[in-house]
Design a protein around this ligand. Structure first.
Ligand code: FAQ
Length: 332
């Protein structure tokens, strides 16, 4: 079913003339800013687009735990370790809210996970890069969670009610994540020369992949036009990417770090930073499964799913027993 959902996703905006009365009424509700709820009528393509985006987002949160999980046992202090653990647990929670939001559209969690485990479903490109030093925990919080917030704040106002409401809580938690990341960078940049060099190295490796998180340039973004018409997307990939650069460059300056882009400069006429060309060939390679850690990430997820089989079976057995007790009038 998942493959069918993805393949049939609309790539062009439906013209009003091609819409039937239901679709026109639906579009009018969206245009009036009315939220769409699970039991409301919706075009099949809207439902499929949302399942695609929300499930990819959920998978990203779950797979996104892995790069940081790599550093839990090596956090430099007890306090840093408990903050990192709390952050990783938050990401699991985000995945669960998002899977629940996707389920309201009539797809089961098992189907979504099967699509992830078979490699059919995408998750964010950013989580296919390795975490080589403790400074990467700072760079992920600062740059990756920072980018996630920029992308997700508008989603709090998107047209689908369950997705928009899930995003409100996610964004609050992402703000804590971004601040803890910046705090790690600040500590390293105020530390020894070796610590500052570690922070610079992390920025060098995470900068460009973070810009890629926002997706292909507007000219190449196949889903943007229809998703914007449906108010799933309120800003384009390039608009959000520009916002990330404008917000982050002064933060790098405050840290005394250099953004690894020789073409980066303030453009007073535009009121924005100009920045260099993104290596889209690298982005597409990562999407195809050829990033530095794609295979490892997927393998780890599948292993975790297989290892948890006994626990899922026990939960079902327990639920069945409870149901049988309730049916027989026995005390719970
Ligand atoms: N990686 O036509 P568009 C986080 C795909 S959460 C992989 O522009 P769309 C929290 C795209 O799916 C990070 N694939 O597509 C955290 C499409 O392929 P499809 C995740 C990508 O949907 C922090 C194709 O390229 N956030 O970080 C990527 O309109 C730290 C063409 O692209 C979300 O998912 C990519 N970067 O726009 C967790 C936010 N970009 O599906 C742990 C919600 C594009 O047609 C630690 N999602 N593709 O086969 C969105 O806002 C959108 O889906 C975009 C893509 C903006 C990602």
């Amino acid at each position: 079913m998942y493959a069918q959902l993805v393949e049939t996703g609309l790539k062009q905006v439906r013209a009003a003339a091609d819409m039937d009365a239901d679709e026109r009424a639906f579009q009018a509700r969206i245009d009036d800013g009315i939220k769409i709820e699970p039991k409301d009528w919706m075009p099949e393509a809207y439902r499929k687009t949302l399942i695609r985006q929300i499930s990819q987002h959920a998978h990203s949160e779950i797979v996104g735990q892995l790069p940081e999980g790599n550093w839990v046992t090596r956090a430099p202090t007890l306090q840093r370790k408990s903050i990192l653990l709390a952050k990783i647990q938050d990401e699991a929670g985000h995945g669960l809210y998002l899977y629940s939001a996707a389920e309201t559209l009539g797809v089961s969690r098992d189907e979504l996970l099967a699509a992830l485990h078979s490699g059919k479903a995408k998750y964010s490109s950013i989580f296919n890069y390795p975490t080589l030093s403790w400074a990467d925990m700072g760079a992920i919080g600062w740059l990756v969670d920072g980018s996630a917030i920029i992308n997700q704040i508008p989603l709090c106002r998107c047209s689908y009610g369950p997705y928009a409401r899930a995003m409100i809580r996610v964004c609050k938690e992402e703000s804590f994540h971004a601040r803890q990341g910046y705090d790690i960078m600040l500590a390293l940049c105020n530390g020894s020369a070796a610590q500052k060099a570690m922070a610079q190295d992390a920025l060098n490796r995470w900068w460009w992949p973070s810009l890629m998180m926002f997706g292909p340039s507007d000219a190449d973004s196949v889903n943007s036009a229809q998703s914007s018409a449906w108010r799933i997307k309120l800003f384009s990939n390039d608009e959000l990417r520009q916002r990330m650069v404008d917000q982050t460059v002064p933060q790098a300056e405050f840290l005394g770090l250099t953004v690894p882009d020789p073409d980066l400069r303030w453009n007073a006429a535009r009121g924005h930073y100009d920045f260099g060309a993104i290596d889209w060939a690298e982005f597409h390679q990562v999407l195809k499964g050829n990033g530095p850690c794609n295979r490892e990430r997927l393998q780890t997820r599948v292993q975790a799913w297989d290892d948890g089989a006994w626990f899922r079976e026990a939960l079902v057995a327990h639920a069945d027993k409870q149901a049988a007790r309730a049916a027989s009038g026995e005390p719970q």
